[in-house]
Structures are given as structure tokens and as C-alpha cells.
Ligand binder design. Structure first.
Ligand code: 4AD
Ligand code: MG
Length: 468
């Protein structure tokens, strides 16, 4: 076959070089046609759209074309022509085809018919080849790029925090332990506690639940930083919104108070949504048309209005009034409760009909590092609540006062040997500072309209599931 430089499908579809010879390579989505002419829809992952290859059956031979079935990979030389058919601008009249690999239709699982999301999770190694997952993973890439761009353009530094750590940032005890010890022969002391002296790190170590604490060290030196990396939580919650391994973006800014923090969060998330509308429209539109007819409208919706800000206490009042007026929730509502996603979504979707930032939560349901309010009961926390998602961002102004922070650490019984380095930020040149964490997959749920978080990460890790 004549060697011609490959053009990606995304570029060929925009080309107007009619009459020239081009080469495209990709995977066959479908092949249909008659005895005389065969039409191949070819996709190479560069776009949701396929390029149509028109084949003169007599010229290439019926036998030769037989292995060109759904999933097969081919290289095509042909003439670029203006398309007669609806819904496409160009097509390629094949002159030569090379078959790289066939995909036996009797066993290749991704035949043309629609598959359930559950089935596709069982073949997560192949699902990127579907239109849906192609769209989702292209959007995922674009969102990651937008996030780096947002922070870089505003003078934030990307700071790498460790994945293996000896401290439990959120204090929720949901950590995966990292060890090289022989689990069949653990050495214990007289109290039955495991002795870690001979373990790899010489102490108990785990996968991080958040890069925040180290992020604060950086923010109180570089001014404004963000982290963007994987985090791990061994919470046994089998919900459409929880993963055991997920990616989190955590900006941390010196001299920002809670109001600055809220403003940054709103600006950031709107930037990401706008980016998706500006740069991923083909994929977003596909997902809108196939799965979620309200998607584009919802994305435009959050850009339109200011987010509503109110305190947790005011939020509880609204929920209690709703209950008094006959609305039923699965979980009870009272001051002090950790809100369930049904409560969050009621506030966002039914009461305010736009994103909500709830602030000043009871200290008992929030982490030790949050700035304590004068009332002695609440802390300067903020959660951003989104339609369809519930909590998409969690953050706070941090407690900058050494004594208050130390008191809280002691109250909660957090071992000091783990915290001395963190407390040093408050001992030496402490400053007011704030930050938050955005769950990357929660953002993707929102932007793609997917309903299960397992479908916006290539290889989901959830309780009892770590395949691929
Ligand atoms: O609210 P979280 O637990 O806050 C923190 O980890 C803070 N250290 C962040 C900070 O202030 N720097 O988690 C932050 C966000 C949540 O709002 C949610 O979007 C996401 O991370 N998240 C999860 N996403 C997927 N699966 C899970 N199991 C998640 N847990 C939290
Ligand atoms: Mg949270």
C-alpha cells in the first residue's frame, strides 16, 4: 500500500481539499451496504464523529472486505470528496485498504446495539471504544487541561503532595494502609498492638485522603498553590457518587478569608463549565442527545446566576419547613445532622433552583483544621452544592491560631506526633488562609450528565471491585 501521511479523522472532517488522496486509520464502527458498494464508518478517537469510507466492492473484492467488521482496525488510502449523504461534509472513496486487525463478530462484545452501563463496566478495558466513553474521556482530558490553565493563568503554582502519608487529613479514619510486612506473621507488643519498626517506613503509613495539609505548608510559603492528584478513601459507601480512588483539586491561598474562598470556588467551577461548552461541544451535545436532554441547559444554567450563599443553620430551617409542609426525606433533618445528598439536592433543585454554598457547619461534623467561629459551635466551612450531584466542593477558612488549633487537636485525640509539622505553620508566621477540594469525578458527573461516578473514570475502584 502506498505510504501517505496519516490525517486524523477530526482534521479530515474539517478539510476541504477535495480530490486529494488522504490516509486515515482507525477502528470500524459499522460496515453496511450492497453487493456493489460498501460504507464503512471509521473512528480513530480524535472526535465523536466518524468518517465515512466508500468502497467499490468489485475493486477491492468481497472476500477481502469480509473481515472488516465492527471493531476491526484498518488503514485507508482514498480520495477526499464532498459527501452526498446527510449529516457529514466529507467522505473518502477508498483506493487501498490495509487490515491491521480483525475483531471476530462472534466474540467481539461491542457490536452495534446499545449496551447497558452495567455491562460496559464489566468490559471497562474495551469501553473507551464506545461513543459514550470516548466522549466522556475526551471531556475528562479537557477538564484537566482547563483546571491547570485556570490556576496557571491566575498565578497559582501546581504543588505535588505525597500519596503515601502518615497523617489522616480528614480525620475520618478511612485510609488504606500501605505496608510491606508479612501479613501472616505480624509482630505485636504486649498490648497486642502491631509493631511497625520493621515495616518499610518504620511506622504506620497509608494512602492519602487529601493533599490539603501539605498544601497548606506550600500556600504559607508560595502564596497560592493547587494540588491535582489521586486520593484514596476506604469508605464503604456503594453510591453513584463515591469512589475509593478519585482525583481531587485542592487550591490553598494565603491571606484569603472564607468570602474570598467562596468567590474563588464559584469562579473556578464556572470557568470549567464554560470551558466544556466552548471546547467540547461535539461530545457534550452527543451526551445531551443520547442520555440527558437537559444537560446543555443545566450547564448554561449554572453560568447564568450567582450561587446562593447561606449558612448551614439557615439551610436546616428551610429543610425543616419543607418537612413541616409535607415533604418527606429518607433521612431525618435536625440541626447538627450531616446533610444527605437528598437534602442538598432539595435546596439546590427545588428550593433555590441554582447552586448553593452552605457555610458555618457544626464543628462536630467537620474536620479539625477549620476556623472556629465565635459561637463555639460552628466552624467556617463551606460546601458547594450542585444540581444532580449534591456536594461538589468542600472547603473552609483554616484555623490560623496555634492555641485554638492545638485545643481542637487534643479534643479530638489526634496524636501530636503526627501533627507537629502542621502546627509549625501556626507557630511561625501564621496567616489567615483558606482552600477547598473539588472532586474531579463529581465535576465530570455534572459536565457529562452521567449518573454514576463509575462511568466518568476509566477504571473505577469501589468496594469489592478493583478489576483491570
Ligand atoms: O469534603 P472533602 O472530604 O474535603 C477535603 O478532603 C478537604 N481536605 C478539601 C480541602 O479543603 N482542601 O472532599 C472534597 C471533595 C468533595 O466535595 C467531593 O467532591 C469529593 O472531594 N469527594 C469524593 N469524590 C468521589 N468519591 C469520594 N469517595 C469522595 N469523597 C470526597
Ligand atoms: Mg465534604
Amino acid at each position: 500500500m502506498e505510504a501517505i501521511k496519516r490525517t486524523k479523522v477530526v482534521d479530515v472532517l474539517k478539510s476541504e481539499a477535495f480530490g486529494t488522496t488522504v490516509n486515515v486509520k482507525g477502528w470500524v464502527r459499522t460496515r453496511r451496504g450492497s453487493k456493489q458498494v460498501s460504507f464503512i464508518a471509521l473512528n480513530d478517537g480524535s472526535t465523536i464523529n466518524n468518517v465515512q469510507i466508500v468502497v467499490d466492492v468489485d475493486k477491492l473484492g468481497e472476500e477481502f472486505l469480509k473481515p472488516i467488521t465492527t471493531g476491526a482496525s484498518i488503514s485507508v488510502n482514498g480520495t477526499l470528496v464532498q459527501s452526498q449523504g446527510k449529516g457529514q461534509s466529507v467522505e473518502i472513496q477508498a483506493t487501498e485498504i490495509e487490515i491491521y486487525g480483525s475483531a471476530d463478530p462472534n466474540v467481539y462484545p461491542l457490536q452495534k446495539k446499545g449496551h447497558s452501563m452495567e455491562f460496559l463496566r464489566e468490559i471497562a478495558h474495551l469501553r473507551p471504544r464506545t461513543n459514550t466513553f470516548g466522549a466522556v474521556f475526551r471531556i475528562r482530558h479537557n477538564m484537566a487541561y482547563a483546571i491547570h490553565k485556570f490556576f496557571h493563568d491566575r498565578g497559582f503554582f501546581y504543588f505535588h503532595t505525597p500519596l503515601i502519608t502518615a497523617s489522616d487529613c480528614e480525620g475520618a479514619g478511612q485510609m488504606f494502609q500501605v505496608t510491606t510486612m508479612n501479613l501472616y506473621d505480624l509482630k505485636k507488643d504486649e498490648n497486642g498492638s502491631i509493631i511497625y519498626d520493621n515495616d518499610f517506613f518504620g511506622k504506620q503509613a497509608s494512602l492519602t485522603v487529601s493533599g490539603q495539609l501539605e498544601g497548606e505548608l506550600a500556600a504559607t510559603a508560595l502564596g497560592q498553590i493547587y494540588t491535582f492528584g489521586p486520593t484514596f478513601r476506604a469508605e464503604n459507601s456503594n453510591t453513584p457518587r463515591h469512589l475509593a480512588e478519585f482525583w481531587m483539586i485542592e487550591p490553598e491561598v494565603a491571606f484569603n478569608d472564607i468570602l474570598d474562598n467562596m468567590q474563588l470556588a464559584e469562579e473556578f467551577i464556572k470557568y470549567c463549565v464554560q470551558w466544556a461548552l466552548d471546547n467540547c461541544m461535539d461530545d457534550v451535545k452527543f451526551l445531551n442527545d443520547m442520555f440527558d436532554k437537559g444537560l446543555i441547559e443545566r450547564l448554561q444554567g449554572v453560568l447564568k446566576d450567582d450561587f446562593v450563599c447561606l449558612s448551614y443553620t439557615e439551610g436546616i430551617k428551610i429543610l425543616e419547613e419543607a418537612v413541616a409542609n409535607g415533604h418527606t426525606f429518607e433521612f431525618p433533618v435536625y440541626w447538627g445532622v450531616d446533610l444527605a445528598s437528598e437534602h442538598e439536592r432539595f435546596l439546590v433543585e427545588e428550593h433555590f433552583k441554582r447552586p448553593v454554598i452552605l457555610t458555618d457547619y457544626p464543628k462536630e461534623i467537620k474536620a479539625f483544621y477549620m476556623k472556629q467561629n465565635e459561637d463555639g459551635k460552628t466552624v467556617r466551612a463551606m460546601d458547594v452544592l450542585f444540581p444532580k450531584i449534591g456536594e461538589i466542593i468542600g472547603g473552609s477558612e483554616r484555623e490560623a491560631d496555634y492555641d485554638k488549633l492545638l485545643n481542637r487537636i487534643n479534643e479530638l485525640g489526634i496524636p501530636m506526633k503526627d501533627m507537629w509539622w502542621y502546627l509549625d505553620t501556626r507557630r511561625f508566621g501564621t496567616v489567615p488562609h483558606s482552600g477547598f477540594g473539588l472532586g474531579f469525578e463529581r465535576l465530570l458527573l455534572f459536565v457529562t450528565g452521567m449518573t454514576n461516578i463509575r462511568d466518568v473514570i476509566p477504571f473505577p475502584r469501589t468496594p469489592k471491585n478493583a478489576d483491570f
